[in-house]
Design a protein around this ligand. Structure first.
Ligand code: ATP
Length: 274
């Protein structure tokens, strides 16, 4: 709105500071990225170069945010796709989409004048599920194409590709994807603990007016097992309740109602999908 015209414009990139909790995941990811960046030093020590980084954990915990922050951290272009986008009725289409994704990453890097690109594939289990002796030929071709791209990755120098993927079903992945030289670094992105939840709530409260004396600690306490995405919903729903009350700021009872609503929403979701 016009009231905010003198606030700095929100940049389109993501940084690790804007991701709440996940301290260990952020640390491990930064370490893995440093490995990728310092490829020459690693080679001198005879360390096998890292190929792909796999983020594992439940939905809505910030895996996509981490991949975007990784792109910013390494000064890379960012392209992403979801495994489900590769599932097509016609044999070969999925495979050619994989090829296009890698091509797009290279084009994007060149356009943005960057030496590297992060490719992020969400729901990798959809294309990288265990192969079962030829029943899903179409998936096989898509997966094979991905493996081929990975094997040829970074054989030419520029731009470099940093491949990241996410899944909430790691046990479903085909072993070919998990082998050394493939997705060989795994980072767990779990549900946030209380401290993490408080951090996430604070981040999403930043652009919202809160009553004085609001107890976000209590909200963090009561949102046990909520994901980051659910905590974002809590803050958003609380603002909607405040609006309905014609209140100028979010009060504790708006937050209490919002927690209930998000908790209930989860239940109905589960009931309808099962
Ligand atoms: P999925 O596996 O369902 O794709 P994800 O783990 O990739 O989920 P994101 O897409 O990164 O989850 O998160 C969804 C939204 O939830 C984010 O845009 C953000 O608003 C909020 N969110 C999730 N985790 C965090 C976090 N750790 N800190 C701040 N916001 C978060």
């Amino acid at each position: 709105g016009s009231k905010n015209h003198d606030k700095p414009k929100k940049p389109s990139y993501m940084t690790f500071d804007e991701i709440g909790g996940q301290d260990r995941a952020k640390q491990e990811l930064r370490e893995a990225l440093d490995f990728l960046i310092k490829r020459e030093e690693m080679q001198k020590l005879g360390i096998r170069p890292l190929k792909g980084i796999l983020l594992t954990g439940p939905p809505g915990t910030g895996k996509t945010l981490l991949a975007k922050a990784a792109a910013h951290y390494t000064d890379s272009a960012f392209v992403s796709a979801s495994g489900s986008e590769f599932v097509e009725m016609y044999v070969g289409v999925g495979a050619s989409r994989v090829r296009e994704l890698f091509k797009e990453a290279r084009t994007r890097a060149a356009k943005e004048n960057k030496d590297s690109a992060v490719i992020f594939i969400d729901e990798i289990d959809v294309i990288g599920g265990k192969r079962d002796g030829g029943q899903h030929r179409e998936y096989d071709q898509t997966l094979n194409q991905l493996l081929t791209e990975m094997d040829g990755m970074n054989t030419t120098d520029s731009p470099r590709i940093f491949l990241m993927a996410a899944t909430n079903r790691k046990e479903m992945l085909d072993s070919a994807l998990l082998r050394p030289g493939r997705f060989d670094r795994h980072i767990a992105v779990d549900l946030p603990d209380k401290k993490g939840r408080l951090h996430i709530l604070k981040l999403h409260a930043k652009n919202k007016p809160l009553d004085e004396g609001i107890d976000l600690e209590k909200v963090a306490e009561e949102s046990f097992q909520f994901s980051g995405a659910q905590l974002e919903s809590v803050m958003n729903e609380a603002a909607i309740y405040a609006l309905r009350d014609e209140a100028s700021a979010i009060g504790q009872r708006h937050l209490d109602m919002a927690i209930d609503k998000v908790m209930m929403g989860e239940k109905t979701d589960r009931e309808t999908t099962k």
